[in-house]
Design a protein around this ligand. Structure first.
Ligand code: BEZ
Length: 210
């Protein structure tokens, strides 16, 4: 099944490094990042999982839980964890799903046969508090992801859920935002501070939370 933005994130039961979980129950009403990596004991994946662990406070500040997945068995996840701490300086602090029967990988379409073998590619799903899929990223196996970008997108989604704004290119939290295209400039001036009309359809405004 191919998942799209706005779809319900499928529920599943899986074995993880922190015990068996029911995904929706584990997630609760938090946001979640579910991401796959190709294999344990591989260099790029080692850097990615260490970096994600180092960003824990950033994910927590956004009410977001993180969970990783590969098709390797649980014994490999446990054996690899000390290497991640040793190589990156940060202990793992989130669960890794063991998916040797590929149940979750197939549910989330994380295996791309054209990519050489039956391991998962680097998929990322950002799932909101209501279990709706809000971001899908797919990276090739040879390219490590940028987890600051994932935090940045969560910032944008959480802001634009609450206010009629959008976030421009390269936006980061604290930067000015854009009034929703459907809003008139007069409306924007009533609702937001410091409205700058560059074009009738491009109006920068201050972040309404600042
Ligand atoms: C890695 O994590 O280093 C990796 C995994 C699969 C293919 C290429 C690189």
């Amino acid at each position: 099944m191919s998942l799209r933005l706005g779809d319900q994130a499928p529920d599943f039961t899986a074995e993880t490094t922190e015990g068996q979980i029911d995904f929706h129950r584990w997630k609760g009403d938090s946001w979640a990042v579910l991401f796959s990596h190709p294999a344990d004991y591989t260099p790029v994946c080692t850097t990615e999982l260490g970096r994600t662990a180092a960003l824990r406070s950033g994910f927590e500040a956004r009410g977001t839980k993180v969970i990783a997945l590969s098709v390797d068995p649980i014994e490999d996840h446990h054996g690899w964890a000390p290497d991640i701490a040793d190589a990156t300086g940060t202990e793992l602090n989130f669960p890794i799903i063991a998916d040797p029967d590929k149940q979750v990988s197939e549910l989330y379409d994380m295996i791309h046969p054209g990519e050489g073998d039956t391991s998962t590619v680097r998929s990322v799903f950002v799932i909101d508090a209501g279990n709706k899929i809000r971001l899908i990223l797919t990276y090739p196996k040879s390219t490590g992801r940028n987890f600051d970008e994932i935090l940045r997108v969560i910032d944008s989604l959480q802001l634009t859920d609450d206010y009629e704004v959008a976030t421009p290119v390269d936006w980061v939290k604290g930067d000015r935002v854009i009034a929703s295209p459907g809003m008139s400039t007069d409306d924007a001036r009533e609702r937001f501070d410091n409205v700058e009309e560059v074009k009738p359809y491009l109006r920068y405004v201050d972040d309404p939370r600042s």
